[in-house]
Design a protein around this ligand. Sequence first.
Ligand code: GDG
Length: 455
Amino acid sequence: MDSRIVVVANRLPVRWVEDRWETSPGGLVRALVPILEERKGAWVGWGGVAGETIEPFGHAGIEQIPVPLSTDDIDDFYFGFCNGTLWPLYHDAIASPDFHRHWWRAYERVNRRYAEAVAEVLDPEGIAWVQDYQLQLAPGFIRNLVPSAKIGFYLHIPWPPVELFSRLPWRAEILRGLVAADVVAFQTRRSAENFTRCVRRYLGGVPKAQGTIDVGGRTVRVQRAPIGIDVDEFRQLAASPEIQDRARRLREDLGKPEKLILGVDRLDYTKGIDVRLKAVDTLLAMSADRPDRYAFVQVAVPTREEVPAYKDLRERVEGMVGRINGEYARPGWSPIHYLHRSIPLHDLVTYYVAADIMLVTPLRDGMNLVAKEYVACRPDNDGVLILSEFAGAAENMRSALLVNPHDVDQVATTLQNAVEMEPEEIESRMRSLKKTVKREDVYRWARVCLSALEA
Ligand code: GDG
């Protein structure tokens, strides 16, 4: 019989809505739920309310094992070490990472707590699959508690170059935690290579053929497994008459622009929203006779607002939106429509369907699912994707218009090229992008990761 799988992630795949648990939206959860259901799986993660201890419960056919986090844990582990140290460091230090020993101690303490919760439910030969940067010490702690388990780790964000990783005072501890796993997997080839170099430099690992590395008397597989989306879900929603109709009305409400340009991101400094606004400003300046040919919609989902760098970003972005609109608006028309909130999935898909040009310009991104979702929402093979070369998605989505997001003039010129692109070229690029997005969907990702663990 197949062994039981225990997924370990920062959050449970469910959230408390009013008076009951609901399955959280998102492709990752949707891809894993059927696998876990079939394998009598469990999911270990935080339940979402600080200071609350919740007993394990069943939901969506999965045993849910909540890990309690106090408000101090949230401050020092989550906002502190995870999002004030690791997140900026792993994203090319776009914002300056802070190093605090009390944050590190919280990271160790919380990782140990997750591992202990896993050990309670993991069979001796079972599979533990640990997700993301919040839990890099968990594989080591789980290995100590359940030595014969199969342990996998997947990093959703980039693994940085050795020159940046080496700044981390606890670099060897993090690496030792990870190489206790049997398989360590990444979004891109570049991340996998960076990681291998770090293990070699700081733990004396010896890379072998076929993506493995010998370290500490064990062989660890280093895998590249790009994450994807549930393509059919987006495709079906986008093709529905209701959403097609809403998209038409949306364009009317926006003043029937010739070209609707869209950005959708968490309001995170890694996403390059400020650079993108500069490029839109430049495009408007280049089209001074008719700036009202364009409408630019930016959905900016609030996130981590307790972290100072995020507050600063919000002020900067909103200042730019105000300045650009102030310069170009006239009664009944303004170039930028800025939505600082999360919108329901149906509205998101409506924007994807309505947009002629999707502008995805992160300064660094593990993958970027928004780029893939836009492609899945183009049933007629129209629409142009402009994509940062620093998004993991750029490794395979070569038919997008790739840009260096630091080069404002290049992004603006690329926008102009997108505006003027012939329909034949648009179609052939979109067809090719669709093939890639379809091939590398989230179900394939789950299969590839789990079969490496079961090999
Ligand atoms: C991390 C890595 C990696 C966004 N706004 C709304 C909304 N969204 C959804 C999108 C998309 C998801 O959120 C965002 O995913 P991304 O991949 O773009 O970015 P991160 O949140 O930074 O995710 C990233 C990912 O993990 C997976 O491994 O690709 O590199 O940073 O699915 O649709 N959804 C709704 N309303 C919104 O306003 N409903």
